[in-house]
Design a protein around this ligand. Structure first.
Ligand SMILES: Nc1ncnc2c1ncn2[C@@H]1O[C@H](COP(=O)(O)OP(=O)(O)OP(=O)(O)O)[C@@H](O)[C@H]1O
Length: 260
């Protein structure tokens, strides 16, 4: 009798990742594990490599060295013997469609309605049934509070509403993890709260989230793990009460003293 292999408890498993742009080494050996159902918030000064790290998670940036796994599956590469070969574009797109990505700016397709924006990828990249996807999309748009806007175009919505549509679009993929890259930094201050509320709601529901943000109060509230990055490495990580209130590393203390 064969023993079934336990599925990995990690939605994200990054090991020894290096990434350079020309002579600039932006990631210098990053290790990061994110448990399923947990929220990880990544903090760090500008230029520390936070966005680049997020982009390696779905192969928008190829790593120079190291490995990234999402839900146990190697991202962007297949192993043959002891060699890694880059996946074909089609497989990369399929794999990427299991990772939700909410960017700083809203990135909706301007020529598609709200509903079409949400159903496009599940139908084209995941080949799911249109009726199923459309029903789900309506539910998700209701959930994020834009159920009355489904036939509008992105430019008819506020920034906060567009960002909520972007979150619904990510959820429609039934993703293993949703990555947020400073999801509120392009919003007018009065719209920040409504987007954070939607993310808070996902966190309460047990979604797996990785969030790059400068909202320290929000990090304290929602994160299971806070990761502090500086100079292309993870300097310190742990529960918010540890990293934010009792950091062990001088670089973390210096950063927090500037932003708190
Ligand atoms: N495609 C690219 N080509 C060249 N350099 C890049 C590229 N992408 C990022 N960089 C550089 O890599 C460094 C890290 O950028 P990254 O956006 O990952 O940092 P960050 O921590 O997210 O910063 P911020 O908080 O300002 O968004 C920066 O110096 C940036 O200019």
């Amino acid at each position: 009798m064969t023993t079934p292999v336990d599925p990995t408890p990690y939605a994200v498993d990054v090991r020894g990742v290096h990434k350079s742009f020309g002579s600039l080494e932006v990631l210098r050996g990053v290790d990061l594990k994110v448990r399923k159902g947990e929220v990880t918030v990544i903090l760090g000064p500008s230029g520390s490599g936070k966005s680049t790290l997020l982009r390696t998670l779905n192969h928008l940036e190829k790593v120079d060295r190291g490995t990234v796994r999402i839900d146990g599956e190697l991202v962007g590469y297949r192993r043959r013997g002891n060699k890694l070969h880059e996946m074909r574009e089609r497989d990369i797109l399929r794999q990427r469609s299991r990772i939700g990505f909410v960017f700083q700016s809203f990135n909706l397709f301007p020529h598609l309605t709200v509903l079409e924006n949400v159903i496009e990828a599940p139908i084209s990249a995941q080949r799911r049934d249109r009726a199923e996807v459309e029903t789900l999309a309506r539910e998700l748009l209701d959930r994020v509070g834009v159920g009355d806007k489904i036939h509008d175009y992105p430019k008819q919505l506020s920034g906060g509403q567009q960002q909520r549509v972007a979150i619904a679009r990510a959820l429609a993929l039934r993703p293993a993890v949703i990555l947020f890259d400073e999801p509120t930094s392009a919003l007018d201050p009065e719209l920040v709260g409504e987007v954070l509320e939607v993310i808070r709601d996902l966190a309460r529901d047990g979604a797996t989230l990785v969030i790059v943000t400068h909202e320290i109060g929000f990090a304290r509230e929602v994160a299971h793990t806070v990761v502090f990055m500086d100079g292309g490495v993870v300097v310190e990580q742990g529960p918010p009460a540890q990293v934010l209130d009792r950091p062990t590393q001088e670089r973390t203390r210096a950063f927090l003293s500037k932003v708190l």
